[in-house]
Design a protein around this ligand. Structure first.
Ligand code: HEM
Length: 386
């Protein structure tokens, strides 16, 4: 955490204000540089946070102190680059980019549904759909690699994700849907493809796969939650892939900006990345249970030694502060998104009080008889997005 504060926190915090409120106050180049710095800062932040979190899933490079403390071993790099870190970093960072792309796509679609000719809404939509088309399949591929790494280091989590209560010595089925029944240790109403899980996870449809029956009951993660959250994440991943493929088809037919159904789908899917990210984290963290440091320290043993009221008070303070900050942030961003996009992102309040440019005529003063706020009447000519 100290590394994060030192290398990223000030970078993000310092430039965030310029990025959010400085569009009309600093030049375009400085605004772009500030935005790039925020992006870099969040990437560096994510790197450190995910390294710590990954270590708790795949702990290596430490020694046990006499009183049960975890002490760093000879190399910090073993700790930082622990076995699940590269996969988690790639999967989570790709998830954030995809999430943002879907939001931008939804906002672009919303404005296109109101005015198909808006060149800036077209550009937003086009760029977001390129991201969905290219990054969604990448995310599915990275997710698959991540799953293989999890199978190696946290097999019980994968058993819960797959809903495998029983071992399958001759190839395990891929359970698409069903209702986990933890009391009876089976999946009710299972809809499954025989041997497909062995094929995906072991690349051999006859490969034996151990189930939760090989894990002591007290080490079993809560199967129902992990099973469902995993399916929510995967379904959204494939829905994103579908949206990206649909946009490619629309592009090929020259209907990217005219296919209202596609715009509606993009609008509906605008928040889907957030849902997938939360579902992914639930899969990861609930799947780690009952351990806080996998295989070494149980969550129950990591409980705070403070009295419950003290813990509750600080938790309440966190919830209140986060709700307030997050609430204002969401309100501000929703307002930005509702504005019709136009060149230079001028703030409607300040208006463009510069000269109105008319082809072939020397610019004249702005016509503003009622003293009302004005917006640019015509966007500068820009190239049509592909
Ligand atoms: C459809 C293909 C996908 C596959 C195969 C997949 C696979 C996985 C797996 C196996 C995990 C748990 C790994 C562990 O805990 O050790 C995971 C976690 C996660 N997934 Fe996915 N995922 C997919 C799609 C997505 C999408 C579309 C998003 C978000 C846009 C997403 C976001 C996350 C996040 C945030 C986590 C928690 C962090 C982590 O452990 O990496 N996933 N995913």
């Amino acid at each position: 955490m100290a590394y994060e504060v030192l290398t990223a926190f000030f970078l993000e915090a310092g430039f965030l204000g310029v990025m959010l409120f400085g569009m009309n106050k600093v030049g375009k180049k400085l605004h772009f540089a500030a935005t790039a710095m925020v992006a870099l800062g969040t990437l560096v932040s994510a790197t450190w946070i995910l390294s710590v979190n990954s270590w708790m899933h795949t702990p290596v490079g430490f020694e046990m102190g006499a009183n049960g403390q975890f002490l760093p071993g000879p190399s910090w790099w073993d700790i930082v680059f622990n076995p699940s870190f590269p996969y988690r970093l790639l999967h989570t960072v790709t998830a954030s980019y995809l999430t943002v792309a879907l939001v931008v796509g939804g906002v672009g679609a919303w404005h296109l549904m109101k005015d198909r000719t808006n060149i800036h809404a077209r550009k937003m939509f086009s760029m977001a759909m390129w991201m969905a088309a290219l990054v969604a399949p990448t995310q599915i591929f990275v997710g698959d690699m991540h799953g293989l790494n999890t199978l190696e280091h946290q097999p019980a989590k994968v058993m819960a994700m797959e809903g495998h209560f029983d071992s399958h010595p001759e190839g395990a089925p891929l359970i698409l849907f069903g209702i986990p029944n933890s009391a009876e240790k089976r999946i009710d109403y299972a809809l499954e493809i025989p041997k497909a899980s062995s094929l995906i996870l072991k690349h051999d449809h006859d490969a034996p796969m151990a189930g939760l029956d090989t894990i002591p009951d007290e080490n079993e993660p809560p199967v129902g939650i992990v099973f469902w959250s995993f399916r929510i994440m995967i379904s959204i991943g494939f829905a994103m892939l579908g949206l990206g493929a649909w946009s490619v088809l629309a592009r090929m037919r020259g209907k990217l900006y005219d296919w209202t159904l596609l715009h509606r789908a993009a609008l509906i899917m605008a928040p889907s990345g957030f849902v997938a990210v939360i579902a992914g984290w639930i899969t990861t963290e609930v799947g780690r249970q009952p351990f806080v440091i996998y295989g070494l320290m149980r969550t129950a043993d990591a409980a705070s030694p403070l009295d419950a009221p003290a813990v509750a008070a600080s938790l309440l303070a966190f919830v209140l502060v986060y709700f307030a900050v997050f609430g204002v942030g969401v309100w501000y961003i929703m307002r930005l998104m509702a504005k019709v996009p136009h060149a230079g992102e001028l703030d409607a309040k300040h208006g463009d009080t510069g000269p109105i440019r008319t082809a072939g005529i020397t610019p004249g003063p702005t016509q503003n008889p009622g003293g009302k706020e004005t917006l640019p009447t015509e966007a500068p000519v820009e190239k049509e997005p592909v």
